[in-house]
Write a protein that binds this ligand. Structure first.
Ligand SMILES: Cc1cc2nc3c(=O)[nH]c(=O)nc-3n(C[C@H](O)[C@H](O)[C@H](O)COP(=O)(O)OP(=O)(O)OC[C@H]3O[C@@H](n4cnc5c(N)ncnc54)[C@H](O)[C@@H]3O)c2cc1C
Length: 433
């Protein structure tokens, strides 16, 4: 189900040229556009469907350093700064609250994982700490499940995904960016071996630099240019409850348990997911690059629910090679909208009720799903592609890019235009994959 999003003042017309053209109007592409517009650089965003309608509006809204790969924490810290300025920068309260996030578990293997992350990351994220069952009870009282302990970062938080990307987009437009919705980019325009713009379904836009922020679709887009960029899809199921009183701790903390997570929604309900049930739609790509995911599979094996048959056929129907004059796969799927899974959702709610019985009166108001693009090492890619001068990748956010999105977009803008990067981009190089 597509979520209702505030309208964006998108342009009906395609500009003939811009200094930077951005492919994809998710939080990454839109944040890049805002950063560029604020610097007075002309920029156009081309979005095949509606701004924010794929992952950027469907996510849980968590903004965290906790359990992030240490190499990705500087970007998360830079993003925290940007989130704290978001209301002022966009003129919209997007629900950003630094209410803290805690992960809790009753399994020894999770305790080991928490403490090894803590050892590796505590200098980078100094507020993060290991906590006892008593502290868990103080932070989210009333729990009846016996936890062994947890990992807590008080400066983590959340915001409303249905508000953030549209707010950033309208701020970018106010500062001079042009955003064109329902406008798929079919291919790059090349002159003398260098990118000279983009070819869209509505015509060509000349550009000195192009940023590819097309998430789930980047593998197909680059594949058409002969570049093998590895990502596999994964589906996460989410629902929102009607307003209820949850655990009454000192803050409305977000909590992740082994088989659920919850965080307070701005309207008083909760946004919930089943952390131990992810859909894995099996496609041709699993045969082509699946072996590169053995490490991820080992970690996530018990969580994966294989989706066999229909996703394989639907994926096969979409072209892997096409010409710029052809209708592209991006026009055939304006918005990736996987069906919600009510069985998984009610399992998640049952799991929460067993832990915090306060949720027993919760009713599901809205449910949806979102498809995530996962790289083999679970980290994104920001930077150049040797074979295509003038193209900057900003993609592969691997299920944790809403929180870092504002900084990720700024990093892409920096790298595309040769400005000082907001963080060291070296962990994100494409050639590491
Ligand atoms: C259910 C779910 C829960 C999640 N929870 C969290 C969370 O709690 N915290 C967190 O940090 N992250 C979370 N994530 C991940 C987060 O949502 C993503 O990492 C982030 O939104 C990625 O932003 P993006 O701009 O790269 O991608 P997207 O938002 O997917 O945007 C890419 C855009 O590019 C467009 N596009 C693609 N190809 C073309 C083309 N050729 N021409 C024009 N347009 C094109 C698409 O239509 C799309 O709008 C979650 C994701 C999901 C699905």
């Amino acid at each position: 189900m597509a979520l209702k999003l505030p309208p964006v003042k998108s342009s009906p017309d395609l500009p003939a040229k811009a200094t930077v053209a951005i492919i994809g109007g998710g939080i990454v592409g839109i944040s890049a556009a805002l950063a560029l517009a604020e610097r007075g650089i002309s920029v156009v965003v081309l979005e095949k469907g509606q701004v924010g309608a794929e992952q950027s509006s469907r996510n849980l809204g968590w903004i965290r350093k906790t359990l992030r790969d240490p190499s990705d924490i500087p970007l998360a810290l830079a993003a925290d700064q940007l989130w704290s300025q978001m209301a002022q920068r966009t003129g919209v309260d997007v629900g950003y609250r630094q209410n803290g996030i805690m992960f809790v578990s009753d399994a020894d293997k999770d305790m080991e994982m928490y403490s090894s992350w803590f050892k590796a990351a505590s200098e980078l994220s100094p507020e993060s700490r290991l906590i006892t069952p008593d502290e868990i009870d103080q932070l989210a009282p009333g729990c009846e499940r016996k936890w062994k302990g947890g990992l807590y970062t008080p400066t983590d938080g959340y915001a409303e995904p249905t508000l953030a990307t549209s707010a950033l987009a309208n701020a970018a437009i106010d500062k001079g960016a042009v955003i064109v919705e329902n406008c798929a980019v079919r291919d790059l325009a090349m002159t003398g071996g260098r990118v000279s713009g983009v070819v869209t379904e509505k015509g060509e836009v000349a550009a000195e630099h192009v940023i590819l922020a097309s998430a789930l679709w980047s593998r197909r887009f680059l594949g058409n240019r002969g570049i093998s960029y590895p990502t596999l899809p994964m589906i996460c199921y989410v629902f929102r409850t009607a307003p209820i009183e949850g655990p009454q701790g000192p803050s409305e903390i977000a909590v992740a348990g082994p088989n659920f997570s919850f965080r307070k929604h701005q309207d008083g309900g909760y946004v919930i997911t089943h952390r131990a049930a992810l859909g894995s739609p099996i496609t041709l790509d699993h045969l082509l690059i699946g072996l590169r995911y053995l490490k991820t599979l080992k970690h996530a094996a018990g969580m994966i629910r294989l989706l066999i048959g229909k996703p394989f056929i639907e994926d096969l129907k979409l072209a892997r090679r096409w010409k710029a004059t052809d209708i592209s796969p991006f026009e055939k799927v304006r918005t990736m909208d996987p069906p919600a899974d009510e069985a998984i959702n009610s399992e998640a709610l049952d799991n929460i009720i067993k832990a915090w019985p306060q949720f027993a009166n919760a009713t599901i108001e809205e449910s949806w799903a979102g498809m995530i693009d996962i790289t083999p090492d679970n980290n994104p890619v920001f930077g150049a592609v040797d074979k295509i001068p003038g193209l900057t990748l900003a993609t592969g956010l691997s299920g944790h890019g809403f929180g870092t999105g504002p900084a990720a977009g700024q990093l892409a803008a920096d790298l595309a235009t040769g400005a000082d990067p907001i963080v060291d981009p070296s962990p994100y190089r494409f050639d590491r994959l």
